[in-house]
Write a protein that binds this ligand. Structure first.
Ligand SMILES: [Fe+2]
Ligand SMILES: [Fe+2]
Length: 341
């Protein structure tokens, strides 16, 4: 399974390749800053990202040892319990629940986020396919967009497999939802800059949470640790691509288009960061989490707000750099709770 494949692919032990992966520094996201020939730098970055997508790539059913005994998912495993520094884990309500309920809530939240991740990736992939369809021959944007779709497909497979193994209820989205998200997918051809903001709006918060979890918790379940590790490595490329695309293309937009973009961005980021960082309604209902506990943990929790703000700090700095935060846009960021208090 995964370990054998790592040996075959990388010629090194699983431990060594894991170390390499955690220490993996993605191609410099800021390499486009200050260069004299931005377009040439952009093409070089795309070429590096495409090359990395060939040599450091993972497959959901090849590189995760799903059936190893240590990977088994047991809802009563205390490792699923939320840590004390988690917004919900820190509440008196959560700590007063039985150990069984605490671990089920934790596991169900992981499964819920995995499912949200797969839905987000599905919408993004639909947009990327539209984006790629209009690219000319020899386009590295075309090629990398396809690498990204392939990677997202494997992420979605691994997220869904985790949901299946968790065995706890996660409601499936309906056809209306797919229809409603069509507008985002259409950005791939009508307004690619907004598609890449959508990409960052989901990827930056997920990445932030996964890196923090990966770094902090030595007692984490090995299955979620492996899923996070794979995701962190590949998302670094997606984030680098989205940022570079925005750096090159936003300055080329008309004034009117840039203004339109600046007013839409906080809405996209607000919706995505709450989807990625707050428990879905079905979990609140299933475990009877009282409204005042949700309020204490998320809605009116300065520590949670700091977390959301921190998870979006890179995309916020990019928006500032690109002139997307005039007074009106800044007010919308503020209203969406995306700025430091
Ligand atoms: Fe992904
Ligand atoms: Fe991604």
């Amino acid at each position: 399974m995964g370990g054998d494949q790592d040996r075959k692919v990388n010629g090194m032990s699983t431990e060594a390749s894991a170390l390499l992966e955690t220490d993996f520094v993605p191609p410099d996201e800021d390499s486009l800053e200050g260069g004299t020939d931005r377009e040439a730098d952009y093409q070089k970055l795309l070429a590096r990202l495409c090359a990395a997508a060939v040599v450091r790539r993972y497959e959901a059913y090849r590189d995760i040892a799903w059936d190893d005994p240590e990977m088994r998912v047991d809802p009563d495993d205390p490792r699923w319990q939320l840590p004390d520094d988690h917004p919900l884990g820190a509440t008196d309500w959560y700590r007063a629940q039985t150990p069984e309920k605490r671990s089920r809530i934790g596991l169900n939240m992981v499964a819920g986020f995995c499912y949200t991740g797969r839905i987000f990736e599905g919408v993004l992939s639909r947009g990327l396919l539209r984006f790629a369809a209009t690219q000319p021959h020899n386009s590295l944007e075309y090629r990398f967009a396809y690498h990204e779709v392939i990677e997202e497909a494997h992420h979605s497979l691994m997220f869904q497999e985790f949901v299946n193994r968790a065995g706890l209820p996660v409601p499936v989205v309906d056809a209306d939802f797919i229809q409603a998200t069509e507008r985002v997918a259409e950005y791939g051809t009508t307004f690619p800059e907004l598609l890449f903001i959508y990409a960052l709006g989901g990827e930056d918060p997920i990445d932030y949470v996964q890196r923090e979890g990966y770094r902090k918790r030595s007692d984490r379940h090995p299955l979620i640790q492996r899923i996070s590790q794979i995701h962190i490595v590949e998302e670094a490329r997606h984030v680098a691509f989205a940022r570079a695309y925005l750096r090159v293309n936003v300055p080329r937009l008309s004034e009117a288009r840039r203004t339109e973009m600046s007013l839409v961005v906080p809405g996209i980021l607000g919706v995505l960061s709450s989807l990625m960082m707050q428990p879905p309604q079905h979990i609140i209902d299933a475990y009877g989490i009282p409204p005042d506990v949700i309020d204490e943990a998320f809605t009116n929790n300065p520590a949670h707000r700091d977390l959301v703000v921190a998870s979006l700090s890179k995309v916020r700095a990019l928006c500032e750099e690109l002139g997307l935060m005039d007074a009106e846009a800044t007010r919308l960021w503020e209203e969406a709770g995306l700025l430091p208090a």
